[in-house]
Write a protein that binds this ligand. Structure first.
Ligand code: PLP
Length: 414
């Protein structure tokens, strides 16, 4: 029976959300529009089965197709990211990062990660998270003047505290990571280096951001951001990781199951496999490069309207905007933009004098609008809308109408 007959309330909510997505601009940098092919795999009958274990070593029966499926997904991940080992079972990014801790650390071990208010992720050692409750994180940040990752400060901290594990990766950092330098810092203290490429995995896959593979031991990622797949996670081990620790791949697999998770979500793994196939195409390469071109174009246009971009610009898919010269908080700007049909995040800026609930900035990104086919020309228009809405609340209604009309020319992926 069709959902709209069986559960009209839920069907209606999906219909309303579809309309919202079609008629507004999704500019939260961690979000995207996945393809109907990905959605079809995700919404398939594969959700019915338990498949605890790994291909060839399962604890349930009836899994002959699931082993083929998971192996296919693993092979696609290995080929796309050029790594010798991939685990595609993490339910999402946070469980993946918990499993990495579990694989290579003992409770109480010292770890290192970028602090949340500097652009890092909760799971890299922020105080309220498991990663700080069970381990002893030392947190690094960005330079106050340049907004760039403070490699020197990081090296000093690493030498002083000798962490077992170093996290590199961010939720609000718009510059390229110098993986070589980071690898040297980790090697100098014998630490495992993890690249959490959740935000940039689509850019790495498409060649629009340097790959960390030669320099790090472990890579963790979500699959639903620039990679444009379903909500999910993956952990990969590099050759450098296997050279450091020949058991590393086994340790990662054991940490995911039975260490941290139970049955993998096989419908999700099928959808990840589809997204990895999509991400291996020349079209996806173009897409990844266009995301960056759009972000750069947007930054340049916004600067013309006197917006302050943290670090002065972007090399990836996102921009962090410091709104202090615009006399509006990040929270109020996000609400006003949402009313106008542009979805962004309120966000702390590095060394933010304002409280986290009313931070001074917003975080915006181009992955989803690029999926809809928008290019540099459209970024010019979008920057103009940002300027009108932030400068004058009275423009919101008019801009909202303009955006609705504009969105008709850029359908969601087919
Ligand atoms: C860098 C980074 N790591 C991990 C995660 C966690 O992913 P999830 O929200 O899927 O648990 C995120 C999500 O925003 C992220 O940006």
């Amino acid at each position: 029976m069709k959902l709209k007959n069986k559960d009209p309330q839920i069907a209606k909510l999906i219909e309303l959300e579809t309309f919202r997505q079609k008629t507004s601009l999704e500019m939260i940098p961690s979000e995207n529009h996945c393809t109907p092919a990905v959605q079809e795999a995700l919404g398939s009958i594969l959700t019915d089965k338990y498949a605890e274990g790994y291909p060839g070593k399962r604890y349930y029966s009836g899994l002959k197709y699931y082993d083929i499926l998971e192996n296919l997904c693993i092979d696609r991940a290995k080929k796309l990211f050029k790594v010798p080992h991939a685990n595609v079972q993490p339910y999402s990014g946070s469980p993946a990062n918990a499993a990495v801790h579990l694989a290579v650390c003992e409770p109480g071990d010292v770890t290192m990660g970028m602090a949340l208010p500097m652009g890092g992720h909760l799971t890299h050692g922020w105080k309220v998270n498991f990663s700080a409750k069970f381990f002893k994180p030392v947190q690094y940040g960005v330079d106050e003047k340049t907004g760039l990752l403070d490699y020197e400060g990081m090296e000093k901290l690493a030498k002083e505290h000798k962490p077992k594990l170093i996290w590199v990766g961010a939720t609000a950092y718009s510059r390229i990571f110098d993986w070589k330098k980071l690898g040297e810092i980790a090697d100098s203290v014998g630490a495992y280096l993890v690249a959490d490429i959740s935000h940039i995995s689509g850019l790495v896959a498409g060649g629009a951001h340097p790959s960390p593979v030669p320099y790090v031991h472990i890579i963790s990622t979500t699959t639903h951001k620039t990679l444009r797949g379903p909500r999910g996670g993956m952990i990969m081990v590099t050759q450098k990781g296997l050279d450091k620790d020949p058991d590393l791949a086994k340790k990662i697999d054991k940490a995911i199951f039975p260490g941290f998770q139970g049955g993998p979500h096989m419908h999700q793994i099928a959808a990840i496999a589809v997204c990895l196939k999509e991400a291996s195409t020349p079209d996806f390469k173009k897409y990844a490069h266009q995301i960056v071109k759009n972000a750069k174009a947007l930054a340049e246009e916004l600067k013309k309207y006197d917006f302050t971009i943290v670090s002065g610009g972007t090399d990836n898919h996102l921009l962090l905007i410091d709104l202090r010269n615009k006399n509006i908080s990040g929270a109020d700007a996000a609400t006003r933009l949402e009313d106008a049909g542009i979805t962004v995040n309120k966000n702390t800026i590095p060394y933010d004098p304002a409280p986290p609930f009313k931070p001074s900035g917003i975080r915006i990104g181009t992955p989803a609008v690029t999926t809809r086919g928008m290019k540099e020309k459209e970024m010019k228009k979008i920057a103009e809308w940002y300027n009108r809405v932030i400068s004058d609340a009275k423009t919101v209604k008019k801009v909202c109408e303009e955006i609705k009309k504009f969105c008709k020319k850029f359908p969601l992926p087919k």
